[in-house]
Design a protein around this ligand. Structure first.
Ligand code: GLU
Length: 509
């Protein structure tokens, strides 16, 4: 690489949610810039006024910031090459169009849609490439000027030179398109709206972009852009086209494969560092061929475009979950508590965070710490804590596996003996619990699974779960906390369970 400080940009169109493909493009640009001490710009490509929406623009900026991909030039931060929204640069494009027309590098095309359709139909009949014939190229400047001044609608087309269009791609090597496969591209539609290929080139040149790193869905646009650079006499940047991201069925990744937008991953409780780590691995791998966990700093040090592969990357949700579990383990308890809270509040299991007492914070922290190792995403936490929050004991009995464990004489004896003790004591401690279970074991001769499973089902609704030592204080302390959905104490659980258990066993006789 030359000594020139690289300048790269991420240039999304705010027409929808930021999804993994574009986020990876943003990340690779960001990493490339930071690895080489260069600049990372954000430019909003909102010339499609029908489809562009400010809410998408806001969302994508929020998503980028959440991922840690801050820009040093762009909307909200400004910079010397602004404005950074294409809708605010229309004058710049018009001035450049005038320049191309004056230099004879572009020409007005007066062909109507009907004429162009007829041309295309004929090309199909003759099995020729369906490209514009170049009919209006021959109109001399004076006539062209006169017709335009008389109000005849015209598009502006670039005069493509009659030579193959080549560029070097940093991921794919040499790419060449024969000029007869490319029509003279439209730069400005007859409506006056400049097209993507044109504005992107003008902007990249004026913003002094040195490397264009983007998705390979743009590879067929690149020769047209190269031709535009050449028409202006601008130096052509380096290009790198990133491979497509596929789902596990090797079809282009889409909503039907599951979540694909950055905000949906955030909502489900994927940590940003897990997502950036995962996105980095979608098409790039470490030098040592084995390390898979990288912080953004580590990625910045390691990332090299030369190691980006041109073969399609397959999105693997299991691997993303694996990385998320890795980063959940590394996160501080305070951060986890902050992030986990809203999932519980949304289900009315916790009050708004601002109303939380220290006792509640402490209790919730312990609860989350207990189940955190068993979740892939934070969204799964409420379900994993159902042993504390569950209020319906009858469903536990309906579950066939539970029913088989409960529907025995030994289970009934254990539960009766247990209920007797809980009712006498009212509250339960882990020490007390241990003593009681030993007593019941001695008294009934029932042990192991037959002894513990029925009690666990009665208390939690499931035959497996955390150790009783941890479980009991969480239930008892939880039941004393003022919660929007109160937690049943062990006594309440035993009473409710016994009454439904007794009536169901009676019904069976
Ligand atoms: N606005 C284009 C897109 O979102 C940008 C393409 C480019 O990077 O040149 O696909």
């Amino acid at each position: 690489m030359s000594n020139q400080k690289p300048r790269v940009r991420f240039a999304p169109s705010p027409t929808g949610q930021l999804h993994v493909g574009n986020a990876r493009t943003a990340l690779y640009n960001w990493l490339f810039a930071h690895h080489h001490g260069g600049d990372f710009l954000l430019r909003i490509e909102d010339t499609d006024v029908e489809r562009s929406e400010i809410r998408y623009e806001d969302q994508l900026m929020e998503d980028l910031r959440w991922l840690g991909l801050n820009w040093t030039e762009g909307p909200e931060v400004g910079g010397p090459h602004g404005p950074y929204r294409q809708s605010e640069r229309l004058d710049i494009y018009s001035q450049h169009t005038e320049r191309l027309l004056d230099d004879g590098k572009a020409y007005r095309c007066f062909c109507t849609t009907a004429e162009l359709d007829a041309e295309r139909a004929q090309a199909i009949r003759e099995h020729k490439p369906q490209i514009y014939s170049g009919k209006c190229r021959a109109i001399d400047a004076e006539t062209s000027q006169r017709r335009a001044a008389a109000g005849e609608p015209s598009a502006i087309r670039l005069r493509i030179p009659d030579a193959p269009l080549r560029f070097h791609d940093m991921v794919r090597g040499e790419v060449e398109f024969a000029s007869d496969t490319i029509s003279d591209p439209i730069l400005v539609r007859s409506s006056g709206v400049p097209v993507y290929n044109y504005v992107v080139t003008v902007d990249d040149a004026l913003m002094k972009i040195t490397h264009v790193i983007r998705g390979d869905d743009h590879i067929s646009n690149t020769p047209k852009q190269v031709a535009i650079y050449q028409a202006f006499g601008w130096s052509v940047p380096q290009f790198a086209h990133l491979s497509t991201i596929l789902g596990s069925d090797r079809e282009r990744l889409s909503k039907r494969h599951g979540a694909t937008s950055i905000s949906s991953f955030r909502e489900m409780g994927i940590l940003p560092e897990a997502l950036t780590n995962y996105l980095a691995l979608l098409g790039w791998g470490a030098e040592d061929g084995k390390t898979e966990t990288f912080t953004l700093d580590e990625l910045t040090r390691e990332f090299k475009l030369e190691r980006v592969t041109s073969s399609p990357a397959i999105f693997d949700f299991d691997k993303l979950h694996w990385l998320n579990r890795h980063y959940l383990k590394l996160a501080t308890p305070e951060r986890i508590l902050d992030l986990a809270w809203p999932y519980f509040a949304a289900k009315n299991l916790l009050p708004p965070r601002s109303n939380a007492s220290d006792a509640l914070l402490q209790w919730f922290g312990n609860l989350v710490a207990l189940v955190l190792p068993s979740v892939d995403t934070l969204q799964q936490l409420p379900e994993k804590t159902s042993f504390v929050f569950a209020r319906d004991t009858t469903t536990a009995q309906a579950d066939p596996e539970n029913a088989a464990l409960l529907n025995t004489d030994s289970a009934r004896r254990v539960l009766q003996a247990f209920a007797l003790r809980v009712r006498a004591a009212a509250t339960v401690t882990p020490e007390q619990f241990k003593l009681w279970m030993n007593e019941i074991k001695a008294e009934t001769g029932i042990k192991g699974k037959d002894l513990f499973h029925p009690v666990r089902i009665a208390l939690t609704g499931a035959h497996s779960g955390p150790e009783f030592d941890k479980l009991i204080p969480l239930i008892e302390e939880g039941s004393r906390l003022p919660l929007p959905t109160p937690i049943f104490s062990i006594l309440q659980r035993v009473n409710r369970f016994q009454s439904s258990f007794d009536s169901s066993s009676v019904a069976e006789v």
